[in-house]
Design a protein around this ligand. Structure first.
Ligand code: PLP
Length: 433
């Protein structure tokens, strides 16, 4: 298959790699196309690159059937992803098809009447949504012949890369800020790869990784969220696919998504658009809402100020998985929130903790701080009349509360500590009747 540039020049006569329906990389800014490879910035305008596809051409009914007959993980959507057709047979962590929980207790508490759902990605192999993006990046790394898998991480990504590399038989070496939660550090180290803690913020870690890529020290390394970023990002589309399929091939009216770099939010929108284009869902309006913690709210601040550019911040919040002060996809998030009629909002750390406990108390789901941010923002926007309680609303829980125990440990302890006797129990005053 020949790859065409926008000018119509053939830049290659045969693809070097097989990534299924992925046809080329294209620049989000100027549209210039490039051969599939470990590239992330446009050679002409430095804009970010994304994967362009030869999408399936059959009837929507056929495609729907083919997807529904596929495995219970993200590979059921292989015809829409940059992965080889036989991906399900390769050693990979096989994330996805997590539960979409109809959250009726929570809905009652928040006054939502149009249907409230929690998409619970804590059920992925390393307990966060990051397994989706890493699973795709592994296939790209394999296709490009990388032998070491790496990343700059706010915590969850490091664990996902460690696990996926172990399973795929690749070496891993991941980089994190030095002050992460114990649960994230242990999850990043336990899979046996190398874990390097950097004395600095995530933005420092990310800058360091960009330098490493340009240096002979980093040769042969696939950084899932840097030089493999266009492929990595596509993993987030599977959240859009799954939510629509689980709603009966229907778009939600409203969806609330946490923002770190903003990649997940922009790719969920891309996923919805593809489903519309393929005729898999009815083309109707949906609103996308972005959620940040007040202590790291560069996108929310720009949204509220009506700006198109995002001014970097120095993060200070318990929501460490979202603590990116200079989010790469910030401007695209602003575009999407405004285009769909959504919004970007933030909540305090105290509201994050309250929301973690609200979700646990009403639905039996223990989310991490990012989940608290997302539900906290949902609650705030419902109360402000921005999110319509009469419409179908999906809230993402992107990670597991067991990795951020510190957030709630002070207020979640034994109700009473007693001697093993009925008298002691009676004296504790816990007997209901
Ligand atoms: C990384 C992460 C996100 C968001 O990531 P983006 O960089 O915006 O794609 C959300 N929740 C959790 C738990 C994460 O680890």
């Amino acid at each position: 298959m020949a790859v065409q540039t926008v000018a119509g020049n053939t830049t290659s006569s045969a693809p070097a790699v097989d990534l299924g329906p992925a046809a080329a990389l294209s620049c989000r800014e100027c549209g210039e196309r490039f051969e599939l490879g470990p590239l992330f910035a446009c050679a002409s305008c430095f804009g970010p690159l994304e994967v362009a596809y030869d999408l399936p051409t059959g009837s929507p009914e056929e495609l729907r059937k083919r997807i529904e007959a596929g495995p219970d993980n993200i590979w059921r959507y292989a015809p829409l992803l940059p992965v080889p057709a036989d991906v399900a047979e390769k050693p990979n962590i096989n994330p996805g098809f997590t539960k979409l929980v109809k959250a009726d207790n929570l809905a009652r508490e928040l006054g939502v009447t149009g249907g409230l759902y929690v998409k619970d990605d804590s059920g992925n192999p390393t307990h966060s949504f990051k397994d989706r993006v890493v699973a795709i990046a592994v296939e790209a790394a394999r296709a490009f012949g990388f032998t070491t898998l790496s990343c700059s991480s706010t915590g969850n990504l490091a664990g996902a890369v460690g696990a996926a590399a172990a399973r795929a038989g690749l070496r891993s070496c991941v980089f994190i800020p030095h002050d992460l939660e114990q649960g994230k550090v242990v999850m990043a180290a336990v899979y046996g790869g190398e874990l390097v803690a950097i004395e600095g913020s995530y933005d420092d870690v990310n800058r360091f990784c960009s330098e490493l890529i340009g240096d002979p020290l980093g040769e042969g390394w696939g950084f899932v969220n840097v030089n493999l970023r266009p492929y990595y990002g596509e993993g987030s589309k599977t959240l859009a696919y799954e939510i629509c399929e689980q709603l009966g091939w229907r778009l939600p009216d409203q969806i609330v998504i946490p923002i770190a770099s903003g990649s997940q939010l922009t790719k969920i929108d891309k996923g919805f658009q593809e489903l519309i284009k393929l005729g898999l869902v009815e083309d109707r309006p949906y609103k996308i809402f972005g959620a940040q913690a007040e202590g790291c709210s560069p996108v929310s601040a720009a949204f509220k100020a009506g700006h198109d550019v995002v001014r970097p911040q120095k993060p200070n919040t318990i929501a460490k998985s979202l603590a990116i002060g200079n989010p790469a996809d910030g401007p695209y998030v602003l575009d999407i929130a405004r285009r769909t009629g959504g919004a970007v909002e933030d909540v305090t750390d105290e509201q994050v903790v309250d929301a973690i406990k609200l979700l646990a108390r009403t639905e039996g789901i223990f989310g991490e701080t990012a989940g608290g941010v997302t539900l906290g923002v949902t609650k705030k926007l419902i109360e402000a009349g921005v999110i319509d309680p009469a419409l179908t609303t999906v809230v993402l829980n992107t990670g597991d509360g067991l990795k951020t125990l510190d957030a709630v440990s002070a207020t979640s302890q034994a109700t009473a500590t007693i001697k093993p006797s009925l008298d002691a129990f009676r004296a504790a005053g816990l007997v209901a009747n």
